[in-house]
Design a protein around this ligand. Structure first.
Ligand SMILES: [Zn+2]
Length: 277
């Protein structure tokens, strides 16, 4: 199996990332990931791209097999993940086309499996121990810096930091929910950031979210509220420059063997009970 060191999990409207790719089907103890992995090279770096919702966007956020997705990426060698996603802005100044690199996350999802350490035996008979991953800072500091610098390098001044609140979906927020999210001081709202980030952390992966605002959320605007068509339209308008920023970020990420962040050390000295791929 070909190896990759950097993973990109593409969101709504971002199905293809690389021009020349090798398609690889990966099995995991948690079932199939959203799609095949597409392996290719960017600026001399080996990259694995995974369409988060599957090609054709057939998986709603709550049906995505997040555990399989992160496990599959790690099993082909990925140690750093960039997670572009479409979000709604919770403040008037975060209008469509804003790129926000969050540094915090709030989980408002309801039904999702959010850990590998649930005591359920894997098919190989190993049993995960009870493990509590440190998650005070949910995103990789080096990845965040790299992503924000890459955006600036393309004259796209990002919002550097902020809180991504993740809702269960697939419906959008009511006005009351949206106003409440804004009143908490949270920045943007999405449907996939959790449990993607925490599962990456549990696997010792560096994870960076790159949140593209496609609309103002219901409480932050005066019109009819969000529509899926609007989300896809704005994403399509910005996908070209987001691709450029992602390419630059991939090129600028540290070598996976030279990481100085704490992400890979999350389980140092802990007995996991299972072997990470
Ligand atoms: Zn890291």
């Amino acid at each position: 199996m070909a190896d990759a060191e950097i993973g990109v999990i593409g969101g709504s409207g971002f199905y293809s990332f690389l021009d020349e790719v090798t398609e690889v089907t990966v099995e995991t103890p948690y079932g199939p990931p959203s799609d095949s992995l597409f392996l290719g090279e960017v600026a001399g770096r080996q990259v694995a791209f995974l369409p988060r919702h599957g090609r054709g966007h057939h998986l709603p956020p709550h049906r995505i097999n997040y555990r399989a997705n992160l496990w599959a990426l790690r099993s082909v060698g990925v140690r750093q993940v960039l997670g572009p996603c479409a979000v709604g802005g919770l403040r008037p100044e975060y209008g469509p086309g804003t790129l926000l690199v969050p540094d915090q996350i709030v989980d408002r999802t309801k039904t999702r499996v959010q850990t590998y350490f649930d005591g359920v035996p894997l098919p190989d008979g190993s049993v995960p121990n009870v493990v509590h991953a440190a998650f005070a800072d949910p995103y990789c500091p080096a990845g965040r810096r790299t992503a924000a610098d890459a955006a600036r390098g393309r004259d796209w001044e990002p919002v550097d930091g902020g809180t991504l609140v993740v809702i269960e979906g697939p419906r959008f927020s009511t006005r009351a929910e949206s106003r409440w999210h804004a009143a908490q001081g949270w920045s943007v709202v999405g449907m996939t950031g959790h449990p993607e980030a925490v599962l990456a952390r549990e696997l010792g992966l560096c994870y960076t979210s790159m949140a593209l605002v496609t609309d103002l959320d219901a409480g932050a605007e005066a019109g009819e509220g969000v529509s899926h068509d609007e989300v896809l339209r704005v994403f399509a308008e910005n996908v070209g420059r987001l691709r450029e920023v992602l390419f630059d970020a991939v090129a600028a990420l540290p070598a996976s063997t030279a990481r100085t962040c704490a992400c890979a050390q999350v389980h140092a000295d802990l007995e996991l009970g299972i072997e990470l791929p």
